[in-house]
Design a protein around this ligand. Structure first.
Ligand SMILES: *Cc1c(COP(=O)(O)O)cnc(C)c1O
Length: 460
């Protein structure tokens, strides 16, 4: 399998190289040259998650990993999940299902991808003897998932940039309490978009990139998207695919999760529609309804993991909607630097053929946490509540709807308590998080400051 950049001017890579690289050298994102069809989808029914995962992932990894290596990596990635189904499907209402993606070590769906690429990185690095510096930007959940996947490794440093004061206390403590010497939590002044912009600057500084062996594990990394395809396939199959269509609603920020659904669809899983659910930071909803992608201000919300204006993986969806025209994508991304762009009529039509969207206010989010508690007894996190509200607006008789429950409610106790008066308990493995000392470094929103800090702190 060959991987090409959405901007068309970076080397074509195999899976292992694309995963280790993260962002392409031309600033673009890697995608498989063609999406393989998934054979015998019906035969996945009832299989253990790990077995299904191997069948879904193998065509994309090609000969980068042997069957034994890939199977071993998958087994180790998911053995620490606290639910034997890994991604269990529960029912919210007739025709409406919840895909629980929060049973991993850091309680958000990010663990599905991060645990797996953690294992694959280790195999690749052991083979090459390379040392790397991982730098990641996080709106809250990617950071802890990356730290959990890479902590304690001798050939990897992990630097995580998070927006100071804009993540929940549980999210922050998950990043600042691990005491491994190779873990570096950096609180940056600004929003998530600023963290992501500094990260891209580091990657585009080719001298620095080569000097520290920079590797990226943000959702721009193809390996992340790839791992997420699996639960779209397994959940669709348990509701009757390939013999019945399903819809998905996905709480969305950087577009990495929902884009994995789009790849599952391209592989032949009968997904009728992928519904983008946004909070008040609704740039994606506006883009998909009007064709105008225009950056505004970020307004902090009670679903902070979706507080974003620059949705990186949307570039991949645009590349596909523009029929793989890298020149057109380069042009759009140039225009984005000046604030925004208009999507062509043809491309907008292609996007609207598979994506729908909706926006949810803060009050509606709180109200939905309460409604679900009343209707089912279940407690959902604010991101999931955004998804459930949008899903309800898009229910279609006869087509099962699957809403992705992207995080555990205990990660966002303040928002949950404001809605239902209950502070959800953290699972036992995290119960001591409020007692542990924190280690964190404040850093300005400045590239040179960041570079010197990384050079000074790195141990690998
Ligand atoms: C990261 C995250 C999202 C958004 O996912 P994207 O892949 O960035 O679109 C939604 N909910 C939670 C809880 C998250 O951690």
């Amino acid at each position: 399998m060959r991987y090409v950049s959405t901007r068309g001017e970076a080397p074509v890579l195999n899976f292992e190289q694309a995963m280790l690289t993260g962002l392409a050298r031309d600033g673009g994102l890697y995608l498989p040259e063609t999406v393989p069809a998934l054979s015998d989808i019906g035969a996945l029914e009832g299989l253990p998650y790990e077995v299904a995962a191997f069948r879904v992932l193998k065509p994309f990894t090609g000969d980068s990993f042997s069957d034994e290596e890939l199977q071993g990596a998958i087994a180790r990635a998911y053995q620490g999940f606290r639910h034997v189904a890994r991604a269990p499907l529960t029912q919210l209402a007739p025709g409406h299902h919840l895909l629980e993606l929060f049973h991993g070590p850091t309680l958000a769906f990010k663990d599905f991808a991060m645990q797996l690429i953690g294992q694959l990185f280790q195999i690749a690095l052991a083979r090459s003897g390379q040392r790397i510096t991982i730098v990641g930007a996080t709106s809250g959940d990617t950071g802890s998932a990356a730290i959990e996947a890479f902590r304690g490794l001798s050939n990897v440093d992990v630097f995580i940039l998070f927006p100071h004061g804009r993540v929940s206390e549980v999210q922050r403590r998950q990043m600042t309490t691990p005491d491994d010497a190779n873990v570096h939590a950096l609180a940056m002044d600004g929003h998530f978009d600023d963290c992501q912009a500094r990260l891209k600057d580091l990657f585009n500084d080719h001298a620095f990139r080569d000097q520290v062996g920079l590797a990226g594990v943000n959702s721009i990394n193809w390996g992340r998207v790839l791992a997420q395809i699996v639960y779209y396939v397994t959940s669709a199959v348990s509701l009757g695919a390939p013999y019945r269509e399903v819809d998905f609603t996905v709480p969305t920020g950087n577009f990495g999760d929902i884009f994995a659904g789009s790849i599952a669809r391209a592989m032949g899983v009968p997904i009728r529609r992928l519904v983008v659910a946004t909070n008040q930071n609704d740039i994606l909803h506006r883009a998909l309804t009007t064709g105008e992608y225009r950056m505004g201000e970020v307004h902090p919300s009670i679903s902070p993991s979706m507080d974003i204006q620059v949705s990186s993986n949307f570039e991949r969806a645009l590349f596909m909607a523009y029929g793989g025209d890298a020149g057109a994508i380069r042009q759009l991304m140039d225009e984005l630097k000046a604030g925004g762009f208009s999507i062509s009529q043809g491309a907008l039509q292609a996007l609207q053929d598979q994506y729908a969207s909706g926006r949810v206010s803060e009050d509606e989010t709180t109200a939905m946490i309460r409604t679900i508690r009343e209707e089912t007894g279940q407690i959902i996190c604010p991101h999931t509540a955004v998804g459930v509200q949008v899903a309800r607006d898009h229910l279609e008789p006869g087509v099962p709807m699957i809403t992705l429950a992207t995080a555990h409610p205990a990660k966002f106790p303040d928002a949950v308590e404001a809605a239902i008066g209950i502070r959800p308990d953290l699972p036992p493995h995290m119960a001591d998080i409020f007692d542990l000392p924190e280690r964190v470094t404040r850093v300005e929103n400045d590239n040179d400051a960041l570079k010197s800090l990384i050079l000074e702190r790195r141990i690998a």
